[in-house]
Design a protein around this ligand. Structure first.
Ligand SMILES: *Cc1c(COP(=O)(O)O)cnc(C)c1O
Length: 420
């Protein structure tokens, strides 16, 4: 491998400086060093800080740092991180590119789906009141601020909307929904993986009869790839996806997709504008470029091939444990969120004397450290995932090549030790 020496880099820089400060000729060489050809030593900061990484047999859970970025995405970020740009120009250009690729009117890279929920809600408050309200959320006196939502769609991300000083109006039936609109309504909110009796189509139709925009939170809802345009094309005025889950972009990135006037209003409430509700949800050039690269990568994937690969991993793990006494295995695909094959392992606790929770602890304490899906042995970690004290859930989609076998062997070892 050809290494660019530090001295050579300095020489190139000096030559460029002598040539009148136009350092362009030196830039490609600096980029090469950003892509791993540098002789600068790389420090393993996890090691230095004493934080132990793990094999991710869980999935894209936020606390577990969600996903890892494909090489293409990491390389694009490394390159972008070397060059200053105007953030507004980059937000504009990336938004236009994403809107075209994702078949919607407009797009914005946000700090995450939660950040997109704040900015999209702020945009709806602005439009509903026909003015820019830079005082969101503290000076809302006399302003329209009602958001209609199904009771079953109240969730932990409510707080993102409440950051905009809104008040929720809950409905359960279609009839109640039709009656819920007042002259103070600014938005109708939908949780894509939530339950509830009102369909997406009815949700959109009724909101539009009242000229109220509707927002769909689909943060964890790719694959399938086509979901990236399904919901905007269905008529939702705003849709968000997390950048760091199935898309495998930077964890602190997200997509806000939808109507141009709303995206424009969202931008006004966003970083880098200082006096806004969104200023603390800054996205840097690295996240913006990283998310664009992740979308390019994700669109180059194939749903059928991805599912087949995940099934193979699940089957490989199942084969290692299925001949233990009373063990049953099954592959399960949740309907909406995390719509990928998961491996479910159940057993009779009279024969294998260990709870799912204990299995999870042992896997976590081993070398290498392994994290199982948080539904293991307890309550469902995401919509639709089965659970129970004698249920082990293995999320296989974030495993790296070869790790399925490591997980399988360790899982067998832990269960075998508990056979009565
Ligand atoms: C993960 C998630 C979010 C938050 O996404 P971030 O990108 O981490 O901000 C919001 N809504 C739902 C339904 C989610 O699953």
């Amino acid at each position: 491998m050809h290494k660019v020496s530090r001295r050579k880099l300095l020489q190139n820089g000096a030559q460029a400086a002598l040539a009148g400060g136009v350092a362009l000729s030196a830039i490609p060489r600096l980029e090469a060093s950003a892509l791993g050809k540098s002789s600068v030593p790389v420090v393993n900061y996890y090691e230095k800080l004493g934080v132990t990484p793990f094999i991710n047999a869980a999935g894209t859970y936020t606390t577990l740092s969600a996903s890892t970025m494909p090489d293409e995405v990491q390389a694009a970020i490394a390159l972008a991180s070397r060059r200053p740009v105007n953030l507004n120009e980059l937000l504009e250009a990336s938004g236009a590119y994403l809107a075209q690729r994702l078949r919607c009117e407009a797009a914005l890279v946000t700090s995450g789906a939660a950040g997109a929920l704040v900015l999209g809600t702020a945009a709806c408050v602005n439009l509903g009141n026909e003015q820019e309200i830079l005082a969101i959320p503290t000076d809302m006196a006399g302003l329209k601020n009602e958001v209609v939502v199904q009771k079953a769609h109240r969730y932990d991300y409510d707080h993102a909307l409440r950051n905009c000083g809104i008040r929720f109006v809950e409905v359960e039936t279609l009839d109640e929904y039709e009656q819920a609109f007042t002259d103070r309504t600014v938005m109708a909110h939908f949780f894509n993986a939530g339950g509830g009796t009102i369909t997406r189509e009815d949700w959109i139709r009724v909101a539009h009869q009242h000229r109220v925009p509707c927002f769909n939170d689909a943060a964890a809802d790719v694959p399938p790839i086509s979901n990236l345009w399904n919901y905007t094309q269905m008529g939702f005025d705003l849709v968000t996806f997390s950048g760091g889950k199935g898309l495998r972009g930077p964890q602190c990135s997200g997509l806000l997709l939808g109507r141009k006037d709303l995206i424009d209003a969202a931008k006004k409430n966003n970083s880098p504008n200082s006096n806004t509700v969104g200023r603390g949800m800054k996205v840097a050039k690295e996240e913006i470029v990283g998310l664009v690269a992740a979308v390019d990568w994700f669109l180059s994937q194939d749903d059928v091939a991805m599912e087949a690969e995940f099934r193979q991993r699940a089957e490989r793990i199942a084969k290692h444990v299925s001949n233990l006494p009373t063990v049953q295995t099954r592959i399960f695909i949740p309907e909406v969120a995390n719509h990928v094959p998961h491996l479910l392992i159940t057993y009779d606790q009279n024969r294998i004397k260990i709870t799912g929770r204990e299995v999870m602890q042992k896997m976590r304490a081993g070398k290498p450290r392994i994290e199982l899906n948080p539904s293991t042995g307890g309550v469902p970690a995401s919509a639709g995932l089965p659970s129970g004290p004698n249920t082990i859930v293995v999320g296989v989609w974030m495993l790296q090549p070869g790790q399925d076998v490591v997980v399988a062997k360790r899982l067998r070892e832990v269960l075998e030790q508990a056979v009565a």
